[in-house]
Every structure is written in C-alpha cells, then in structure tokens.
Unconditional design. Structure first.
Length: 133
C-alpha cells in the first residue's frame, strides 16, 4: 500500500516544488499493474489521475492509458464504482461549465477550454464503456 503515500506526496508538491514527469507515469503504470494493488487504492489513484489529467495537459495521453488500466482492472469492484459515480458527476459539471459561452481572454485560453472539454468527454466515454455488473 505504498501507492497512497506517493499520491499524497504528488498532490502536496505538485506545481509547487514538483512537476509530474515520464518516470512518475511509468511508476504509476507499474503500480496499477501490480497484483497486490487493492480496489480501494486503485480508486484513490483513479481520482487523483483524473484530476491531474484535467489539470496538466502535457501528460494527458499517458495518464488516460493508466486510468483505462485501472477501470478495466477494477470495473466490478464496489469501491471503485462509488468513486466512479462521483467522478462522473464532477466531469459532467465541468463539461456543463465549459459549454457556457464566455468571452475568450485569448486564443490559448480558448484552446485550453476546448481541450479540457474533450478530455472530460473522453473520460466519461471510458466510464460508459465499462462492462459493469
């Protein structure tokens, strides 16, 4: 259960003293594939990775693959399903907020808004495709 301290450390230090990199993603990929990873710990990882995916566009592609591994591995576990419903609600609210018309500050903020909406929609699509019990 060393994944939980890692997640807490990443959450605390992220964007302050530390930025996630390729090596962290490889470590997370290994953790998700480890046979002793529990569904509860996988659910906590899922929450963190979804938040990070929406926040840091430079690592989205790699993180979406890890999220997909967690979803496929623990799709029938009640601990994951509870958090999945919460995350789905958060993603839906984000999409609704991003759909509201607003004055673009600049072209970069407009592109980021579109990218976040696409990412949130893609994650929701992954949730929907799960074979739930």
């Amino acid at each position: 259960q060393l994944a939980l301290p890692l997640v807490k450390q990443l959450q605390t230090a992220e964007d302050v003293t530390y930025v996630i990199n390729v090596f962290d993603m490889e470590l997370l990929r290994s953790i998700v594939g480890h046979p002793r990873l529990s569904a509860g710990c996988g659910a906590i990882l899922l929450e963190y990775l979804i938040a990070l995916t929406l926040k840091n566009i430079s690592v989205t592609a790699g993180l979406v693959q890890i999220i997909e591994k967690i979803l496929n591995r623990f799709s029938g576990e009640s601990e994951l399903l509870e958090r999945l419903l919460t995350q789905a609600q958060v993603l839906l609210e984000l999409i609704k907020m991003l759909m509201k018309p607003s004055r673009p500050v600049n072209s970069i903020s407009t592109k980021l808004k579109v990218y976040k909406k696409q990412t949130a929609t893609r994650l929701l699509g992954m949730f929907i495709q799960l074979q739930l019990p």
